[in-house]
Design a protein around this ligand. Structure first.
Ligand code: KIV
Ligand code: ZN
Length: 551
């Protein structure tokens, strides 16, 4: 089969609604702090996302403040955006006045803002969760959308669990929502239950049978419980949806949401198969993916489509042979299309600042500040002293370790361990405290990492449970950098809980940390410091927000 030729026909624009900062952040352990949310929102803007769902403002004062700052600081940006239009900032609200008001207060500073309200419509949810009947459901939807409409024009309504709702009942609810002022109707397959045929059919059926359907934009919101989220979303587009709700790397509750990069690249790679185009600058995908992974602490599986480490790797000899003859033999997308530049330089200990900067620019890190660049370059030099060749993967790890880090309350000064099979593992640690004083302590552990963590705990005194510890090699070879990702759950203090918008459950926050080094014990210490600093930053952020609110 020949590959698709360019199609000159006029196509609809597919609105890309990113919910990484809301549904994505609902994934267990994906807690992000204010600066990280702002940084991700800026990257989503550079990426060309049309609508950014920045959070669920009523969840906590911190969530409200993050959405408000994104609306104020990122909402107006247009630089580098293909559409030339600012990104719409949306806030989620249950179908209740307090939620809707809070969402509006949070998003209103953005030149383009949206209230996204939702109520479940499946009999399962009505009976067991909401304990209301269909009539009451319609009344609540009308009341919520009508109230939202008094505050702003751009209103999205979602019938939660639409995938398991009665389609005929949906046409009634959605028709009433349109009458009350909804401008976007989003159809969630909340539990990832449907198949592509069913979901595509549902979108087509609703557009055909809902009174006033032509006045609204129809949207998909698919979860990936059966691994069908991308297929279901694309089936929705084929049947008339003109907005898709997606997250970077497909992060989200349980098995996640539809991943932005898969949908966007399917449309970009197979234009003849889809009646739409997007405003996405695909060269920003890799950067967005790595940023989200670093900040959430959620690793990307190596074989993940588009953004996995192996997505463009050609291992098998027969494939490599074909690739050398012509890349199109085994490659359907060029790596540079998603922001992975082919390496023209090999960096090592003799490489200078200029070569380093050029390579970072090629990898999509062209906008680091001078200070960040200096910091990363110093680290590169230290690593290049130990490793003959510093690969792109090493550079990514350096950036992740040096730049994508929380504010440093406590700073790791040095780590010293002794360990082995005939000795007790001991660690001596030196830290700089938040006032600049150097503190040292030592501890014994079951292994070197345990000893290091115990020594750090003796100094910092922030009781917590380590819930996850993952170590992986950045590249092949014995001299590889080791990358450690951990998660901790505080016993008190730093763990503000927040409400899950759908289940109503209170969730205790966990904090991730990451570190990289040629020595995995040092990488583990750096990861632990990163998680502790994130926890302390969250506590500080929370008291600042509460202080502000009570003034
Ligand atoms: O999955 C879902 O139903 C949601 C709604 C709040 C849109 O995330
Ligand atoms: Zn969802």
């Amino acid at each position: 089969m020949e590959t698709d030729a360019p199609v000159p026909v006029q196509k609809d624009t597919l609105i890309i609604f990113d919910t990484t900062l809301r549904d994505g952040e609902q994934s267990p352990g994906a807690t992000l702090n204010m600066d990280e949310k702002l940084e991700i929102a800026r990257q989503l803007s550079r990426l060309g996302v049309d609508v950014c769902e920045a959070g669920f403002p009523i969840a906590s004062p911190g969530d409200f403040e993050a959405v408000r700052r994104i609306a104020e600081e990122v909402g107006p940006l247009t630089e580098g955006r293909k559409s030339g239009q600012p990104m719409t900032i949306a806030g989620l609200a249950r179908a209740r006045e307090q939620d809707i008001k809070r969402a509006y207060e949070a998003v209103k500073a953005a030149p383009r803002h949206r209230i996204h309200t939702f109520l479940a419509t499946s009999d399962i949810h009505l009976k067991h969760k909401l304990k209301i009947d269909r009539e009451e459901c319609i009344e609540q939807v009308v009341a919520a959308v009508s109230y939202a409409k008094t505050l702003c024009d751009d209103i999205e309504f979602s019938p939660e669990d639409a995938g398991r709702s009665d389609p005929e009942f949906l046409t009634v609810v959605l028709g009433e929502a349109i009458k009350a002022g909804a401008t976007t109707l989003n159809i969630p397959d909340t539990v990832g239950y449907t198949t592509p045929e069913e979901f595509g059919w549902l979108i087509g059926y609703l557009i055909k049978n809902t009174p006033g359907a032509e006045k609204a934009i129809w949207s998909t919101h698919c979860h990936n419980d059966l691994g069908l989220a991308t297929s279901n979303t694309l089936a929705g587009v084929a049947n008339g949806a003109r907005q898709v709700e997606v997250t970077i790397n497909g992060i989200g509750e349980r098995a996640g949401n539809t991943s932005l990069e898969e949908v966007v690249m399917a449309i970009a790679t197979r234009p003849q198969q889809f009646p739409v185009t997007t405003n996405i600058d695909t060269t920003q995908i890799t950067r967005a993916s790595r940023m989200v992974s670093a900040y959430t602490g959620i690793p990307i599986q190596p074989n993940k489509a588009i953004v996995g480490a192996n997505a463009f790797a050609h291992e098998a000899g027969i494939h490599q042979d074909g690739m050398l003859k012509h890349h199109s033999t085994y490659e359907i997308m060029r790596p540079e299309t998603v922001g992975l530049a082919a390496s023209s330089l090999v960096l090592g200990k003799h490489s200078g600042r200029h070569a380093f900067k050029v390579r970072l620019e090629e990898l999509g890190y062209g906008d680091l500040s001078q200070e960040e660049l200096n910091q990363a370059f110093d680290r590169f030099k230290r690593i290049a002293d130990k490793k003959k060749v510093v690969t792109d993967a090493d550079l990514e790890a350096i950036i992740t370790d040096e730049i994508y880090q929380p504010p440093e309350f406590w700073k790791l000064q040095y780590v010293h361990v002794t360990c082995g099979d005939h000795t007790r593992s001991t660690a001596t640690i030196s830290l700089i405290d938040p006032n600049g004083a150097e503190l040292e302590d030592a501890a014994i552990g079951t292994g070197p990492v345990d000893a290091v963590y115990k020594a750090i705990n003796r100094i910092v005194g922030e009781p917590n449970t380590l819930t996850e510890f993952v170590v992986k090699a950045v590249t092949e070879g014995i001299d590889s950098l080791g990358e450690v990702t951990i998660r901790i759950q505080p016993h008190n203090g730093g763990a503000s809980s927040r409400t899950n918008p759908q289940t109503g459950a209170e969730r205790t926050r966990t904090f991730s940390g990451h570190g990289a080094s040629t020595d995995i014990v040092v990488a583990s210490a750096r990861a632990y410091m990163s998680a502790l600093n994130k926890m302390l930053a969250a506590r500080e952020e929370q008291s600042a927000v509460i202080g502000q609110a009570s003034r």
